[in-house]
Design a binder for this molecule. Structure first.
Ligand SMILES: *Cc1c(COP(=O)(O)O)cnc(C)c1O
Length: 382
């Protein structure tokens, strides 16, 4: 028997989610798909070409190596490196025509130098800190940054961006404060002689809950994968789950009342029980906090995890599901029959967020693409 555990990635659902964003922001606003961290664990090799086919305008990733990977997949659209270029990565930025985000001046000087060496001008986006408190120039340091950047001849600013701290909390006024400060600072950047092509601040939650007048680019991540949660999601978003995580029953056994199950015997059968072994564990991203409380769907019905989640195996109590057989499909995430285990339900159970759950589905879990025709590795013409 081959190990059945895999993540099914529905490219039709992905396209649907992208089209919803497109519809929401309108034709005068570009959409930059955030595909960092292997497309939030969905597999960038399948996701990025599918988004290109759906008409995405630009891509964003966290790191230079992720940008290089996108180019190797044949992606020709602009690629923004949200985390900028670290020392030693400048040449790759230049040779793969990536657009780094600049948020400090030492890095800017290194990029300018690399551009000079190659006889090229490096196009970049300037990061402004309007309240996230993470990366970017604050209002206080903007003048100095602009004068230094203005003197670097092999750099050209094409956009400004900022990031929102509490966009997923609709009642928070900080988001409006950040947005208005952003436009104020962007105007200052333009007044200093920079011709900006792009102004962007919105992540998924903001796209669906805020007035984005003045912006002409948005950066959805989680909404593309159908994992937007909270009030914003329930009120306004028609999103479909892109990932299903499935496995199958590898072994069944009957145990007597009083039997201990799995490491530490943290589950003791209270009655004669039937226990199914499922070949998935924390090394696959099935969080150990799901020990004794996670649920899986078999034949559309719920079975509870019995005992500790192991590295490669998890046991479930199927005593109340008498028809379960070896080989039956087990759904850990997603729809099965009438019922579904949502990413939100799973994340809530382990005190996390949908983003982390998706990212934690590990490399050894194959991504199987369904839905749209798969065009992995296809180079665009020209
Ligand atoms: C990850 C990221 C996004 C996407 O955020 P979502 O909440 O997934 O839509 C947008 N902008 C920046 C700077 C990011 O790091």
């Amino acid at each position: 028997m081959i190990r059945s555990t895999h993540a099914e990635i529905d490219l039709t659902a992905l396209r649907h989610n992208f089209m919803q964003v497109r519809k929401r922001v309108g034709q005068s606003c570009q959409v930059m798909a955030v595909v960092k961290a292997d497309a939030y664990g969905h597999g960038v090799a399948g996701v990025a070409p599918a988004l290109a086919a759906a008409g995405v305008d630009q891509y964003a990733v966290a790191m230079v190596s992720e940008g290089v990977e996108l180019r190797s997949l044949g992606i020709r659209q602009p690629i923004v490196i949200l985390g900028g270029a670290f020392a030693g990565e400048e040449l790759q930025v230049v040779s793969h025509d990536l657009h780094p985000v600049i948020f400090e001046l030492e890095g800017a000087r290194r990029l300018d130098h690399a551009g000079k060496q190659a006889g090229k001008v490096v196009e970049f986006h300037l990061k402004l800190d309007t309240g996230m408190g993470r990366l970017g120039f604050t209002a206080e340091h903007l003048d100095e940054a602009l004068s230094t950047l203005g003197s670097l001849r092999n750099l050209r600013m094409i956009g400004v961006l900022s990031h929102l701290a509490v966009a997923d909390e609709p009642q928070q006024t900080l988001t409006e404060t950040q947005i208005s400060l952003f436009h104020q600072l962007a105007a200052k950047v333009e007044a200093a002689g920079n011709r900006l092509h792009f102004r962007h601040i919105a992540n998924s939650a903001a796209i669906y809950s805020r007035d984005l007048a003045g912006c002409n680019l948005v950066r959805p991540g989680i909404a593309l994968y159908g994992g937007l949660t909270g009030e914003t999601a329930t009120d306004r978003v028609d999103q479909r789950s892109v990932m299903r995580l499935v496995s199958s029953v590898a072994q069944l056994k009957e145990v007597a009342a009083g039997s201990g199950i799995s490491y530490g015997h943290r589950f003791i059968a209270q009655r004669p029980s039937r226990i199914a072994a499922v070949p998935v564990g924390y090394a696959d991203g099935y969080n150990r906090l799901l020990s004794n409380c996670g649920e899986m769907l078999i034949g559309g019905r719920r079975a509870r995890v019995a005992g500790t989640v192991c590295m490669d195996w998890t046991l479930v109590d199927v005593t109340d599901l008498p028809n379960v057989k070896v080989g039956d499909q087990v759904t850990l995430l997603g729809q099965d029959g009438e019922d579904a285990i949502t990413a939100e339900e799973w994340a809530d159970k382990v005190g996390s967020i949908t983003y982390e759950l998706f990212c934690n589905i590990s490399k050894r879990v194959p991504r199987v693409y369904v839905g749209e025709r798969r065009v992995v590795g296809a180079k665009s013409p020209g």
